[in-house]
Design a binder for this molecule. Structure first.
Ligand code: G5P
Ligand code: MG
Length: 215
């Protein structure tokens, strides 16, 4: 299965993509995670992307196109994948169309998650991420004694640099201006499911799987 999970920053793309990848036995490709890893390792791409990611802007399309081409060639993508955070511009969507046409991939499913901006600002202000395995939690009741429920690391949860309120609002603005129009691009190119992103995580997964399994 070939899936794009689409929506504003903080709407729950990463949370749902991880669950769906495991349920459907496909790869989870998060361009944000790839960039954060490159920044941590100080690769050439990481050095170019650091200031842009941390200030809430968009990394140039040519860099992102290269990243996605390499990622989709990986062995783990052979069974299918869920793209999280890509495409984010019309130019990126066109790059993806070209790749998928070459690979004769179809159909493409696009899952759009929806939530209001204020819900998102509150969620992201309270998000913590495990610096070892990437697991996501909500900031309430966190203490440095906390062991990660996924990888068991101690005291490994950090706040993302782009999760300060000012940067969150900039990311939302970029989403509404530049990324939201990508949804229209897919209206005649993908099987689209629009899902309410404000229910519980479990309920959202159930709603998505119901739609995917009905096709
Ligand atoms: P990313 O990493 O793609 P964003 O900004 O698109 O970042 P983000 O912040 O990772 O998206 P998300 O994945 O949509 O958000 O949401 P999440 O982490 O799963 O959930 C957010 C919070 O809500 C968590 O605390 C979670 O526990 C909670 N939550 C989730 N689901 C629910 C729910 O159902 N109910 C409730 N109550 N809570 C829930 O990109 C980062 C940067 O990288 C660059 C850009 O600079 C970007 O800003 N980048 C690109 N640049 C150009 N082109 C691209 N294609 C790029 N990709 C990345
Ligand atoms: Mg994410």
């Amino acid at each position: 299965m070939h899936i794009i999970i689409f929506g504003a920053p903080g709407v729950g793309k990463g949370t749902q993509a991880k669950i769906l990848a495991s349920e459907l036995n496909i790869a989870h490709i998060s361009t944000g995670d790839i960039l954060r890893e490159a920044i941590k390792k100080e690769t050439e791409t990481g050095l170019k992307a650091k200031a842009i990611v941390e200030s809430g802007g968009l990394v140039p399309d040519d860099i992102m196109g290269g990243i996605i081409k390499d990622a989709l060639k990986e062995e783990r993508c052979k069974k299918g994948y869920i793209l999280d955070g890509f495409p984010r511009t019309i130019a990126q969507a066109m790059i993806l169309t070209e790749i998928l046409n070459d690979l004769e991939v179809e159909p493409i499913y696009l899952i759009k998650l929806d939530a209001d901006d204020e819900v998102i600002v509150s969620r992201l202000s309270n998000r913590l991420v495990c610096s070892k395995c990437g697991n996501i939690i909500v900031n309430t009741n966190y203490s440095s004694e906390f062991n990660c429920p996924v990888c068991n690391s101690k005291g490994s949860y950090i706040k993302r640099k782009d999760d300060d309120e000012e940067v969150i609002r900039k990311r939302l603005m970029v989403y509404h201006d530049t990324t939201a129009p990508v949804f229209d691009y897919y209206k005649d190119k993908a099987v689209i499911f629009e899902i309410n992103g404000t229910e519980s995580i479990k309920e959202i997964t159930k709603n998505i799987l119901k739609k995917l399994r009905s096709v």
